[in-house]
Design a protein. Structure first.
Length: 453
């Protein structure tokens, strides 16, 4: 009897070892494939692969922070949650409008180079996530300033990262494809991290923040390991969106792309807030007991659309940014009008997919336009200013989504009117004739320049 038990134990042990070995081989294969993809088309030789891997860690940490804050702010009755979320937007996003314009000049003057600037944004977020975890656990007001710090650090990373891409760009990749590949790595990082952060938040939202601390600590090390060629050179100057004439002013193609993206981002902020409350308060027929699943379906559609948009930017052989941003804005305006008229589950899912695709393509096109048209010494400040406008556009849409009554055709009708009006405004102000090739505009040149109004 004892011998039989030992044989069963040995067989079970061998089964576990084989399962573990198979899992290990699968994980190793997945890791090898991911590294092969990040090294493709010259990215391994130029050092771009390190930035790709770093961005995956960045997105993983941001996903953990978002899950923790969603668990803290959204999991209340719809009427009760709107006030705290409006307060959160007011105490974090609006101060960001004051701080964000300083990010470019600060990063320009960072004495140790761009690698260390990126590393500092990661280290600071790790520290703030640890503080925020304690604040969330104790329901302290410290949650708001630490969340603001995380937001500012995240945007500072985005600015520095976007300005670094042209330095690491391989010859075989266009800027649109390079940006899309980095964004796709972010999607993968967030997709892998979200279940882990969700599992950690099961024990309380503070634990997903502690998990984020570990992720950002690892990202700090990866940032320091970026190639030396990523370091910024001295002499970069600030950029103006329409102020002093002695400063470099945004080229017209960048201003146009930025206006288009402002509309896309405003729509995203509105739908994030409005649909989150609407679908919980007034779910579609047959979904009354599954409102959380319904919300996940619509949000998942937007995430799928974002992934599709990034993938399209990565695989399409030719992407013209000036055309892409117009198509994205017009598509969003059309689908919002249809959603206001034919509101229903299928239309809501289609709206989510369309908004995700449009925002992804619009953002990579905007980044590529800035990287092409803004001279090196102005690029960091240009990215900081553009991120400020996009963030404020999202906040404006979010406040509208919180403030409007939860009547689908009324709320979406107001949104449709705004989107159509903004689309007409942007197209009327479209630079004429449209540019057929890239132009680098310098302060000493006589080329066309335009402030963003």
């Amino acid at each position: 009897m004892g011998g039989r038990a030992r044989r069963m134990t040995d067989a079970t042990g061998r089964g576990f070892r084989r399962a573990g070995s198979a899992t290990g081989r699968g994980a190793s294969y997945t890791l090898r494939q991911a590294r092969r993809a990040s090294h493709a088309e010259g990215a391994g030789d130029s050092g771009l692969y390190r930035l790709i891997e770093l961005h995956a860690f960045n997105a993983a940490g941001d996903a953990a922070v978002a899950i923790s804050l969603a668990g803290t702010l959204f999991f209340a009755a719809p009427g009760e949650a709107r006030g705290p979320i409006a307060l959160f937007l007011g105490l974090t996003m609006l101060p960001f409008a004051v701080v964000a314009p300083l990010l470019g000049p600060f990063l320009d003057r960072f004495s140790h180079g761009r690698r260390w600037a990126i590393g500092a944004t990661m280290a600071l977020r790790a520290f703030l996530c640890w503080l925020m975890a304690d604040a969330v656990a104790s329901q302290s007001l410290l949650m708001y300033p630490t969340a603001l710090g995380v937001l500012v650090s995240s945007k500072a990373y985005g600015v520095a990262r976007a300005a670094t891409v042209p330095r690491l760009q391989p010859e075989a990749l266009s800027l649109v494809k390079a940006n899309s590949r980095i964004s796709l790595a972010g999607v993968v990082g967030a997709a892998v991290s979200a279940p882990l952060a969700g599992a950690a938040s099961y024990f309380g939202p503070q634990w997903s923040l502690r998990y984020a601390f570990v992720v950002f600590a690892g990202a700090t090390i990866l940032a320091i390991l970026l190639p030396a060629r990523a370091d910024a050179t001295a002499g970069e100057l600030p950029v103006s969106l329409g102020g002093e004439s002695r400063k470099f002013r945004i080229p017209v193609d960048v201003a146009f792309a930025l206006r288009c993206n402002a509309g896309l981002r405003m729509l995203s902020g509105f739908l994030t807030m409005y649909m989150a409350f609407l679908l919980r308060d007034q779910p579609f027929p047959g979904w009354e007991d599954r409102s959380t699943l319904l919300l996940g379906l619509v949000i998942g559609a937007a995430g799928l659309g974002n992934t599709i948009g990034i993938g399209l930017g990565s695989v399409l052989r030719r992407v013209t940014p000036s055309v892409t941003v117009v198509v994205a804005l017009v598509a969003d305006a059309v689908v919002v009008v249809l959603a206001a008229i034919f509101y229903g589950l299928v239309v809501a899912v289609a709206l989510g997919v369309t908004v995700g695709v449009a925002q992804a393509l619009g953002k990579v096109s905007l980044d590529s336009t800035i990287q092409h048209s803004v001279p090196e010494r102005h690029r960091t400040s240009a990215f900081a200013r553009s991120e400020t406008m996009l963030q404020l556009s999202w906040v404006l849409g979010g406040f509208l989504g919180i403030g409007l009554p939860l009547v689908p055709r009324l709320g979406l009708g107001v949104l449709a009117g705004l989107m159509v009006a903004w689309t007409v405004f942007v197209l009327v102000r479209r630079p004429q004739p449209p540019r057929s090739e890239w132009t680098v505009v310098d302060p000493e040149s006589t080329g066309p320049i335009a402030p963003v109004r």
